[in-house]
Write a protein that binds this ligand. Structure first.
Ligand code: CA
Ligand code: CA
Ligand code: CA
Length: 209
């Protein structure tokens, strides 16, 4: 009956909540893909903080913080080398834990990994863990290639692409206590329709009260 009345009279007013729904759908469809960030651990790109009580360090860069490790840029045949400063996790620092400073979910797309050193168990398996928003975890294990000659010409670091399951994380961990890492490619999660509804509700109250 209502539909018929609208057909007969095109001037039937549209209800405010209908406008809200259309707005939410339109905004949801037009949300741009969040920009990717690279945590480089490079000098000047972030901030290293020493936590005296825990005798540990954290690194803050591009809205993310990595806890458990220390920056390093050696230049010899013993430690891995990619020409830049990287993050070294040791027995007394690990595990490395990555979180977003906003507390919001994020994706981990890839990470550069290298052996801890040329002489310490170079071909060990590196276990990575993601904590999802519902508290469950996903894991991925990568076996290092054992290619490491420090300042020599061999590529000590290798880029590891994480599986699709490492999306929408609240925390990313590297459980091993000895490993070198660099260039973590992260993508903050885009706003969801529910977030947009929350943002639009005040507008609705102002316009249609
Ligand atoms: Ca670096
Ligand atoms: Ca090398
Ligand atoms: Ca290597």
């Amino acid at each position: 009956m209502i539909q018929r009345m609208k057909d007969q009279n095109p001037r039937v007013p549209v209800r405010p909540h209908s406008l809200l729904f259309v707005g939410v759908v339109a905004c949801s469809l037009s949300v741009p893909t969040a920009a990717a960030d690279v945590i480089s651990f490079d000098a000047g790109a972030g901030t290293l903080t020493r936590h005296q009580f825990l005798n540990n360090y954290s690194w803050a860069e591009t809205g993310f913080t990595v806890f458990g490790g220390i920056t390093q840029r050696p230049d010899d045949e013993f430690w891995p080398d990619n020409g830049t400063q990287f993050w070294r996790v040791a027995v007394y620092y690990g595990p490395a834990i990555l979180t977003s400073d906003t507390g919001g979910p994020f994706d981990v797309v890839s990470i550069d990994l290298a052996e801890y050193s040329a002489v310490v168990n170079p071909n060990r398996d590196i276990e990575m863990t993601g904590v999802l928003q519902n508290g469950s975890t996903v894991t991925f294990i990568h076996s290092l290639d054992a290619v490491i000659d420090g300042s020599g010409p061999d590529p000590d670091f290798e880029t590891v692409v994480l599986p699709e399951t490492f999306r929408g994380l609240t925390e990313f961990r590297i459980e091993n206590d000895i490993v070198s890492l660099d260039n973590i490619l992260v993508v903050p999660a885009a706003p969801t329709a529910l977030v947009l509804i929350g943002a639009l509700l005040p507008i609705k109250r102002r316009r249609f009260r």
